[in-house]
Design a protein around this ligand. Structure first.
Ligand code: ADP
Ligand code: MG
Length: 238
């Protein structure tokens, strides 16, 4: 079943059109990377899917239901950003559990679920630490814990690793893929790094100037780039 579908989706800011008639279907369990140069509309598209921004025209469909009018919480989508924005005065456990505060769950259940999320991410030994006592990778993991604790139907990642150094980036890349399978979720992963996209994703969407250039598996894109932009961008020999 299609978990997330975009149908003729467009977005303008005032007179400026930044997303042009996008059509995309993301199947349940799929890992899709959205890649393109800075300013091509990646973050705007993710924010529209998450419900943080309205589309100008077109539809966002989740599990066959049009969700354009649903707020972020009603869409049950989790978003992970590059800036972790953890609460400095709260422990790891409190940070992870924070998103449950207004869902009406009991204190005991909140604790239980925060601990389960921490275990999934290998953070069990760090539950009582404050963010300042964590490494960059650990902080990123707490941010992911905060996202998975609500059992979202889909994960949206907006360049979550761009603040990390190269070694840690490679490590966290593997961890995100692992997490995707472990919690059996659907992921849309935005990056401007084509290598990250090609190594992580089941399918890759190439965006340029708010227009989808091509959608395909990494192998398809590499072997059969639709145009010279795609070829150049992913370093295909064609
Ligand atoms: P990316 O994430 O691919 O770098 P963005 O989605 O952030 O690109 O931006 C796409 C385009 O939309 C850019 O030209 C940007 O300046 C513009 N833009 C983004 N947000 C706004 C906004 N709130 N108001 C006006 N223009 C915006
Ligand atoms: Mg962006």
């Amino acid at each position: 079943m299609a978990r997330v579908e975009l149908v003729n989706l467009s977005k303008s800011f005032g007179e400026v059109k930044v997303l042009h008639d996008l059509n995309l279907t993301v199947e349940e369990g799929e890992f899709v990377a959205l890649v393109g140069p800075s300013g091509c509309g990646k973050s705007t598209l993710l924010r529209i899917i998450a419900g943080l921004e309205d589309a100008t025209s077109g539809e966002i469909v989740m599990d066959n239901e049009i969700v354009n009018d649903l707020n972020p919480r009603e869409r049950n989508i989790a978003m992970v950003f590059q800036s972790y924005a953890l609460y400095p005065h709260m422990t790891v456990e409190e940070n992870i559990g924070f998103n449950l505060r207004i869902s009406g769950v009991s204190k005991a259940e909140k604790r239980e679920r925060a601990r389960a999320a921490a275990e999934t991410l290998g953070l069990t030994d760090l539950l009582d630490r404050k963010p300042s006592q964590l490494s960059g990778g650990q902080r990123q993991r707490v941010a992911m814990g905060r996202a998975i604790v609500r059992n979202p139907d889909a994960f949206l990642f907006d360049e979550p690793l761009s603040n990390l150094d190269a070694k840690l980036r490679a490590e966290m890349r593997d961890e995100i893929k692992h997490l995707h399978h472990k919690v059996k979720t659907t992921s849309i992963y935005v990056t401007h790094d084509q290598i990250e996209a090609m190594t992580l994703a089941d399918r890759v969407v190439i965006l340029k100037g708010g227009v989808i250039q091509q959608i395909g598996t990494p192998t398809e894109l590499y072997r059969n780039p639709a145009n010279s932009f795609v070829a150049g961008f992913i370093g295909s020999p064609a």
